[in-house]
Design a binder for this molecule. Sequence first.
Ligand code: NAD
Length: 460
Amino acid sequence: MSDRVEDFINSNAGKKILGALGISTPTELSRDSASANYFSGSLLLGASENAQLTSSIEAVLGQSNGNIVSAPAELLNTPKSDSDVLGDARYDALVFDGSGFKDATELVQAYRFFNGAIRKLNRNGRVVILGRPHRQTDSAEAAASQRALEGLSRSLGKEVGGKGATAQLITVEQGAEANLSSALRFVLSPRSAFVSGQVIRVENAKATADSNWEKPLENKVALVTGASRGIGQAIAETLARQGATVLGIDVPPMEAELNSVMAAINGKALVADITAADAPAKISETLKEMGGVDLVVHNAGVTRDKTIANMNEQWWQMTLDINLAAAQRINRALLETGALNDGGSIVGVSSMNGIGGQRGQTNYAASKAGVIGYVDTMSQDPALKAKGITVNAVAPGFIETAMTAAIPFFTRMVGRRLNSLSQGGQPVDVAETIAFFGYPESRGVNGNIVRVCGQNWLGA
Ligand code: NAD
């Protein structure tokens, strides 16, 4: 019954009825179809006065197959007139360097750029604003102007989401210009199809030349827990497609599924419960035999939902142990045994519900918020930084998996539409974001929590 209702909703008649009720129907997102380059459309590039990042942006864009057009001075510097400066031009991406803003009144240049250009953005387009972290500016006024870019980009995400387009802000620390490439390439590419309204921070790190776009994870070893189905399966498949050798882990009842997923990607299967006392040692040993691990993905997770008054202690403890404590024990073992290679990445899987909270999920939300606190602190550990090891997390929103298929139909139908793109995400969307953290050139992408949620309306 439910599939038939969904089919009706997506039919022309259904769209008309929902449209009359103010509920928009989604634009199909274009995802990566093994493209050889990250961007090949047309792109309009604008910059504020005294912008500091433009030459770094141009260097990255120069490696694309795109047609890069600089915004005419008239668009940015003359008060808005009704004349249409850009004429009939259409763009697949609008990129604006706002790093030069030091005063609130200067922001009008960003207004002029987007006021003139936003209608020219194609379906599945990209809006990218670049700025500086507001805490690292030299005056409170400059901090305000830089932080203003966050509100601007998030609002633009809500305005362009109906056409399947996304908007993000990338902030680049002073001196981290050479680390910009991986974030800019990712947000312009179809690999970020379900990521919108995010702020990606790029910090100072040893810069590495860009890897091959098709196989950025060539010669890398990745660990994926909970790899036999759902998001974990997509992570394993995506990392393997991008060149990694994967060690997949899952519990004994999932052995057959795990073996078949790993066989299909030439990976290695390890049947283990990550909460078992001997699991950290077993995992470290296996990874050392594989030459050490470069990308560690703590994906295994469970929900055990009840309001707190009705929840027994076992459900509380089990959820916290699988979703949070087990990953910490494994990380400790990987670091102590030297199984985690220098230049490696640790990735946690948080959740929108860990940010916004959810009735009946005190245990789950506590564990997923814990992932964020853990990443915040681990990512700033000087010993890890010295080894070029990054620590980040994804926070998925509504992703179409067995976990969300179990949600009652009407709640599910509404839940998947409560975001700027009016649809649920696919497991591959989460996987692509995790892979991006693992690219060799992503060493400056550290301590980030990137929501993969189509700019979900819930949460902070
Ligand atoms: P899923 O239930 O389909 O898959 C989870 C996998 O983890 C399963 O294969 C399971 O057997 C494995 N696992 C559970 N306990 C384990 C243990 N102790 N040891 C080893 N493996 C274990 O779930 P999913 O929807 O694919 O979610 C994957 C991750 O993404 C989870 O951490 C989940 O909390 C998170 N997440 C999912 C969504 C969503 O919309 N589906 C949203 C936010 C976050």
